[in-house]
Design a protein around this ligand. Structure first.
Ligand SMILES: [Ca+2]
Ligand SMILES: [Ca+2]
Ligand SMILES: [Ca+2]
Ligand SMILES: [Ca+2]
Length: 392
């Protein structure tokens, strides 16, 4: 309605301005096709998020360590565990000293207290997004707890008589939570806390965090006491050393399974590190400007399979680089009008193709245009055979 009363020259000028704006980088950066509040450029590039326990921040950088950003800088006293719900554009963390579980948008805006009473010393945190649950350990009261993603319905699912609870991770499909006891144990249980198993009880000194690769059938952990990164099968057998040199005080660990890498923090060296899942190709991603990074989470790059700049989750034709919407002809076929008859070629009956199969010969009649002449021919035929009117 508004456009109808806009004076034409003004309208044209506005369109030109919009066209120019849409080509500039800030506008492209702001595109958010899936509406999760994260610019698609960031969704597609991925990010690594961590808690800065000494500088009292939540930060992130690109996966290659570039472009470190402060996300949350207010209201933190001892941020610890962190996890990311990328599709919803939210990050969750614990604060051991404010005794809270909190969340915010992935750019750090919109901080919310989810659980702010009844906690003593919350540490590691993990998400089961599909089931709508956030899990955390409370080392103060020696409990593993969970709640809905909005912080409602807090449940205690495991109470440890002793131990020093730190990081945990969830394998929703496998129906297990995994956690570390900093006194030298790795454990797991069902999602409701039943059937607790000791997985690794020897050879550990001070395991600090754990990350599960369900598809690969492995658990990965940091051990700041032995200064190692290790992994084992999901049932704790087959323990392997992955990184045994160059570590000072490794704390958090997270996996980027799409690129086959693990990321960890070294709280002693004040670095964000990464390596291949087998421990090869160790790299310091961020090694300046950090005070004491603690736990870590990965927002993996969201794929753009056909490389057309539209990520799969928003691409109506994720395997057709020429289209991002079905259009009139569907994926794999352009909405073209090669013969210029005003009808998209794919809508023309295939029997109108040339003998050499090229769609469509000049002046070929589109299917819709054939209906009236065919009705007329049929009517004339019936008349000529004396059927018209059914006269006796
Ligand atoms: Ca987005
Ligand atoms: Ca695409
Ligand atoms: Ca596409
Ligand atoms: Ca045509």
């Amino acid at each position: 309605m508004l456009i109808g009363i806009v004076h034409r020259p003004v309208h044209v000028a506005m369109v030109l301005v919009l066209m120019i704006l849409s080509r500039s980088d800030p506008a492209a950066m702001a595109q958010d096709c899936d509406g999760n509040g994260v610019p698609d450029a960031i969704d597609m590039a991925g990010r690594v998020y961590w808690t800065e326990n000494d500088a009292l921040k939540v930060q992130r950088s690109q996966l290659d360590g570039a472009n470190v950003e402060d996300l949350v800088t207010m209201g933190l006293m001892s941020p610890e565990g962190i996890a990311v719900d990328q599709a919803a554009g939210k990050m969750y963390w614990t604060d051991q000293s404010t005794k809270k579980v909190q969340r915010a948008n992935l750019d750090g805006t919109g901080v919310q207290d989810l659980v702010s009473s009844g906690l003593m010393s919350p540490y590691g945190l993990a998400l089961d997004v599909a089931a709508g649950k956030v899990y955390w350990v409370d080392n103060g009261v020696k409990k593993i707890q969970r709640a809905n993603l909005d912080g409602s319905n807090v449940e205690t699912i495991h109470t440890a008589a002793m131990g020093d609870l730190r990081g945990l991770d969830v394998d929703p499909a496998g129906g297990k939570i995994y956690w570390v006891d900093n006194n030298g144990k790795i454990l797991r249980a069902n999602l409701n806390g039943t059937s607790v198993e000791n997985l690794v009880t020897t050879g550990l000194m001070n395991p600090s965090d754990i990350a599960v690769d369900p598809a690969g059938g492995k658990i990965y952990w940091t051990d700041w006491g032995s200064q190692k990164i290790q992994r084992a099968n999901l049932n704790g057998t087959g323990v392997e050393d992955l990184v045994t040199t160059g570590l000072n005080f490794p704390v958090g660990i997270a996996l980027d399974l799409g690129t086959g890498r693990m990321y960890w923090t070294d709280n002693g060296d004040r670095t964000i590190m990464r390596a291949n899942l087998n421990g090869g190709n160790v790299q310091a991603m961020v090694n300046m400007g950090l005070d004491g990074p603690e736990y870590i989470a990965i927002a993996a790059p969201r794929p753009d399979t056909d490389g057309d700049g539209v990520m799969d989750d928003c691409d109506g034709c994720p395997n057709d680089p020429a289209k991002s919407e079905l259009g009139a002809c569907g994926c794999g076929q352009p909405d073209a009008d090669l013969n210029g008859d005003g009808v998209i070629d794919c809508l023309v009956s295939t029997n109108m193709m040339d003998t050499n199969g090229v769609c469509c010969a000049p002046n070929a009649m589109p299917t819709v245009g054939l209906i009236l002449p065919m009705v007329m021919i049929g009517w004339k035929y019936r008349r000529s055979r004396g059927f018209a009117g059914n006269k006796p």
